[in-house]
Every structure is written in structure tokens, then in C-alpha cells.
Design a protein around this ligand. Sequence first.
Ligand code: TYD
Ligand code: MG
Length: 453
Amino acid sequence: MKSKTVFLCSNCGSESPKWAGRCPACGQWNTLEEYTPPTASSGKSSTPSALRNAPKAKRLSEINTDEALRFTTGLGELDRVLGGGAVRGSLVLVSGAPGIGKSTLLLQICAQIALEQKVLYVSGEESESQLKLRAQRLGVKQESLFLLCETNLDDILASADQLKPEVLIVDSIQTLYTEDKPASAGSVSQVRDCTLKLLQYSKSSGITVFVVGHINKEGAIAGPKVLEHMVDCVLYFEGEAHTAYRLLRAAKNRFGSTNEIGVFEMREKGLTEVPNPSELLLSGRPTGTPGTCVACVMEGSRPVLAEVQALVSYSPLSMPRRSCNGFDYNRAGMLFAVLEKRGGLRLSNNDVYVNVVGGLRLDEPAADLAVAIAVASSAQDKPLPDTLAAIGEVGLTGEIRAVDRMEQRLAEMQRLGFTQCIIPRSGTRDIVAPKGLELLRAKNIREAIAVSF
Ligand code: TYD
Ligand code: MG
């Protein structure tokens, strides 16, 4: 049977039977690429079921989990994000912006893993001598670490078959190609087929595979969306361009929660773990001064903490100045009006400036309360406790409304060392505070201001 050619969108991964200039599913232009699905299974369907060599299903109780399923990578922060160490036979995708430190991270974990297991590190981006130099700088010199510079996936797998490593690291998926496809490396169909092959290989051989994936301009993994469905674990490695701090987050994890984050610092000798992340967040943060509060927003499926600063100062202008950086101007205007009318603040003859530290944009209503509290703190010239944060949407009548994924946000706060958080009273009765975090429930903006100071 001839396998049918379809067209895949490189943006959303949807399939179309025909080529078109614009993807019918997501509306992006010029993203459809020709794709021929692998033919291996196409003949099977014609075999009558009686003649087939059917695989035998097992009882749950028959499945043996005695052998050690997890092993440590030597970096506690990475182990935590993976859910307590790397899982044998799993496929982990590590993605992030160029230069963020993906190759460094993966070469560094070789130091620990190669003490007990054989590791094959395949790079399609760097030469052997470059890898050697980097390994020397990172202090990685284990005998059971093998390097291979190759981009042909079939050759890589053949080489892995011979070497029989326990861990395979591939840097990066976008540089690989398989011979059965005419498309060039990095194209949607190559990325998809190479991932599929690596997945089959890791499942059949029990080898743990780490794969680096580049991200596109929008910050998603370059390649079809289905890539994320195929792999067991998707990690994002991110950080600010001008700081040395790096955050590792799981966007998907079949073997653990996605609420955990890992924090690293890029130093001369590679990445070092940051054991107390609240220090990192508070490092540049002024303490004991009015006009700062911490918000928690969801960036995709990931919670992110951000500091909101506000400055309220007397204005001689008839039309006082309002300025917002990292927060919607109109939404801020609404919050100022609510603070005047329902919160008892006088803002009409003051300039008000709002700034979100770190270049982040807070587009979610969940950040409303933190902005309002920061403004109130500056207007009254009273500092907030350093370890207080606020989550909640502010309505026009001054009420504080519930937001989704409260547990995930609170877990992130506790993890970053916060001890108090103002949350909405409505819709949060079932929420249990994580250990060490006190929840201050407020019904409206007046109550919220009252409990903050
Ligand atoms: P790299 O791992 O090559 O990034 P990626 O694979 O994600 O593109 O890291 C590149 C950056 O890390 C580079 O700008 C230099 C910096 N770096 C250090 O500061 N110290 C080190 O020991 C190493 C290896 C890299
Ligand atoms: Mg790299």
C-alpha cells in the first residue's frame, strides 16, 4: 500500500490533505510542508486477526518494577525537575534560547552519570576538539564518556548499537536527518521522524535519551507541536539576557509534577546550582521600602514570580502623569480608579508610575492585586513585609476574584521562600496552604490593603 502524502504545519502541527499558502487550522502563512508518514505499519492491517502474532497484554500486578528505574544526574536541581532523577528508557527534550546553556548543562551531567554508566554524547553543532575544550573547562574527564560528531541519525543509532551506552545525549534534534527522507535537516518532517526514531530506540533498548531542541521566535520548540506529545518530558531552560541566572522548568513530565523549577547560575566553570532561589529573586529587590509587591503569573503552563514596583508622587500638573512598563495601561487606569473609589486612596493629584522588574509583561488579571497593593504601599508610604506576595483579579466594585491554578502558583511561592500571600476569599475555601506559607484571605481591595500593612 502506498502511503499517502500529507502536509504538516510547522507552527501548529495540523495535517492538511492539500498544500495551501495559509494553514487552515492556525492561519499562519507559508508553514505547510510536505510529509510522508513512515510505511512500516501500513501492510499489517491486511493480515486477518487470527493469523497475527498478537502481543500479549499483561496484568498490572505482573509488571515488574524491581529494577532501579531512576538514576541521579548529579545536579539536584535537574533531578527535582525530572521528578526525582532521570528515568531509564525515557526521552527528555531540553529546549531553550541559543546560548542559554543547554549544551553546557548536558555535558555537565555527564560528569556524574559517566562515573557509573556509559554515556554517548552526540553533537551535530560542535567539533570534537571544541567539545573536548568545553569538557576540560567544565572538569569532565570520565573514561566512560564517548563523543561523536555526526548528524546522520541512522549512523548515530548504529554507533549506539555497537557501543551500548546507558545514556544517549543528542545536541540538537534540528541538526539531525534520516536517510529515508529527502527533506533537509531541521525541516518539520525530519524533526518529527528523527524524534520518532529516537523514541522507538529509547523504548526498545531502555536507554535514556536527552535531546536538545531549539526554540523559535515565539519561544516554542521549533518543529511540529506533536513533538511535545511524543516525548516523555519537555524541559525549558530560560534566563534573562543580562543576568547569569538560569531557570529550568518542566512543561510536561510523564514521571513527575511540572510544578518544580530548578535554578542555576552560569559561572566561568559552567552551571552551579542555586540552593536558595528566594535569594535570587530578592537579590536586587529593595527591602523595607514602600512601593514593591510580588505577583505570580502563569507563563503558558508555568508559574513565574515577578516584582511589581509603583511610585506615587505629588504632581503639579492638571493632568497627572500615568506610566506603565510591563503592564497594560488601560487596566492600570482601571485599577487606579478602583483604588480611589473603593480603596480610599487619593491618586487624582499624583503621578503614578508602575514598573514590572526584569522586562516581564504581566498580561494576566491575576497580577491585578499585586499592582494595586504596590500602588497603595507607595501612596501611603508604608513598606510591605519582604516575603509577602499577592494573587487575585480586581473587579470594578473593588472585589477580589479567584484565579485559576492557585495551587501551582502557591507552590511556586513557597518554593521561592515566601511566607505570606494575599489571596481572594471567594472560591478558595478548598485551597490548602503549602507548608510555611500563610494565606491572607481578602474579600475586597479595602480588606486587602488592611491585611498587607
Ligand atoms: P551553551 O551551552 O553553548 O548554550 P546553548 O547550547 O544553549 O546554545 O552555553 C553558551 C554560553 O554559556 C556561552 O555564552 C558562554 C557561557 N558559558 C560560561 O559562561 N561558562 C562555561 O563554563 C561555559 C561552558 C559556557
Ligand atoms: Mg549548544
